[in-house]
Design a protein. Structure first.
Length: 167
């Protein structure tokens, strides 16, 4: 098992250094390598490097402040129409988001997942900020950058929460 999964942690502060296009491409490839219900791949992504747009996204909720200091924010969105398994879009986007977070660690970057869906007001605000057309709904914000300082992952394993065969 790769140590990357155990090295991932939420990074909320970043150096004032842009993320290279090559690394952005790798993040996007990792996100789109995720599994999805019936292989519907409902995702679209908005890659935000414009500081004014990042600032607006960082003000979306009390919990999106880490975006304010990030050189890069990625907004995963789901298509609304034409999905074979429309009830599973959030699971699909969650898998894509986790893949992206793990690839960020592999690339020496830090990132944090900030929830937007399923709260309609937040989804509408993010859609407005990024100019998302009708038929797309934002899932979350992911701020990405080079970590400022050292962030140590927590060991979250709790064997008391593992049950075999029945609870």
């Amino acid at each position: 098992m790769s140590d990357i999964i155990f090295s991932r942690t939420s990074v909320r502060e970043y150096l004032d250094k842009p993320v290279e296009q090559e690394k952005i491409d790798k993040l996007m490839r990792a996100a789109m390598a995720a599994p999805s219900a019936t292989n519907q791949q409902p995702w679209e992504f908005v890659v935000v490097t414009d500081t004014a747009v990042i600032r607006a996204l960082g003000e979306t909720t009390p919990y999106t402040k880490p975006a304010l200091g990030a050189p890069l924010v990625i907004v995963p969105l789901s298509r609304v129409g034409g999905l074979r398994a429309p009830d599973y879009w959030q699971q699909d986007l969650a898998a894509a988001t986790e893949n992206l977070l793990l690839e960020a660690v592999e690339l020496g970057l830090g990132a944090v997942w900030m929830g937007i869906a399923p709260i309609d007001e937040r989804m509408a605000k993010v859609s407005e900020i990024i100019g998302a057309p009708d038929g797309l709904r934002p899932f979350c914000l992911i701020s990405v950058g080079y970590p400022k300082g050292t962030v140590t992952p927590k060991d979250k394993y709790d064997p008391a929460r593992v049950h075999y065969n029945k609870y």
